[in-house]
Design a protein around this ligand. Structure first.
Ligand code: B12
Length: 213
């Protein structure tokens, strides 16, 4: 298992999409624990890519290739991860997306997949989503929760706009808001008046369950 995790991490670090996809397929064939492989292998790889990029040891195209490799692996693993929850009663509906101006969608998609695997109905709006669109969709779907991802310090204030938009439409009492993404924190969630923050996909599921209870 350790060797496998190392290989997954390395494939993302090298931006080798084909290898990442091959390793993802091997993960399914060998019935290895999906979350462990995603977190300890592929996510560890993309975080290392980010760290090296910040240090100036990698160039932007290498960052992009790392992200592409990560996405290719997730393309193979996502359906299996979603199915791993089995058939469950619908736990509630969540509208999820990455806020306007921000195209980072890997973490958001992982959160959406985990929520879906745990019985939540999901409307995934993708990335670069205006605040009003989150609220439009929540209204349309009767969603009990909006989940807003932000990976850039410059786009984080957009999460607050979603809450303001809910207030404007007198929906704040009906729809819970959770925020997440690398620069967010418990304190940030409190500051902007969100209902909660989660640091990873597993905690996001626990938080959504708490909201819907
Ligand atoms: C991959 C990546 C990219 C890829 C994105 C590809 C894609 N389709 O997503 C590409 C190459 C396109 C990219 C572009 C840019 N990036 Co970038 N990127 C990253 C990197 C390396 C990894 C992000 C990632 O996917 N992590 C893996 C996932 C699984 O983790 P995660 O996103 O944190 O998600 C987890 C949790 O946070 C949480 N979570 C996430 N969302 C949500 C939502 C909710 C509701 C909840 C509850 C939880 C939750 O659960 C997830 C699963 O555990 C980070 C570095 C880092 N350490 O984060 C930089 C990083 C985010 N990027 C950065 C920057 C600056 C940029 C660019 C501006 C670069 C440029 N000069 O063009 C552009 C932004 C363009 C834009 N307008 O958005 C900076 C941001 C700095 C800052 N303070 O704002 C970072 C931190 C790198 C750095 N150290 O400088 N990037």
């Amino acid at each position: 298992m350790r060797e496998h995790l190392k290989a997954c991490m390395q494939a993302v670090l090298e931006g080798d999409g084909e290898r990442a996809e091959e390793l993802a397929k091997l993960t399914l064939e060998r019935k290895l624990p999906l979350l462990e492989v995603i977190d300890g292998g592929f996510v560890a790889g993309i975080r290392e890519v980010g760290r090296l990029w910040e240090e100036g040891a990698l160039f932007l195209p290498e960052l992009v290739m790392g992200a592409e490799a990560m996405k290719m692996a997730m393309g193979v693993l996502q359906p299996a991860l979603e199915a791993s929850g089995g058939k469950q009663e619908k736990a509630g509906h969540v509208v999820i997306g990455t806020i306007e101006g921000d195209i980072h969608d890997i973490g958001k998609t992982l959160v959406a997949t985990m929520l879906s695997a745990n019985g939540f109905g999901i409307t995934d709006l993708g990335a670069d989503v205006p605040a009003a669109k989150f609220v439009d969709e929540a209204e349309k779907r009767g969603a009990g929760c909006i989940a807003v991802s932000a990976l850039l310090t410059t786009t984080m204030p957009g999460q607050k706009k979603v809450i303001e938009e809910l207030r404007k439409r007198s929906l704040r009492g009906k729809v819970r808001v959770m925020v997440g993404g690398a620069p967010c924190s418990e304190k940030w969630a409190e500051d902007i008046g969100a209902d909660g923050y989660a640091g990873d996909a597993v905690s996001a599921v626990a938080l959504a369950k708490k909201f819907m209870a």
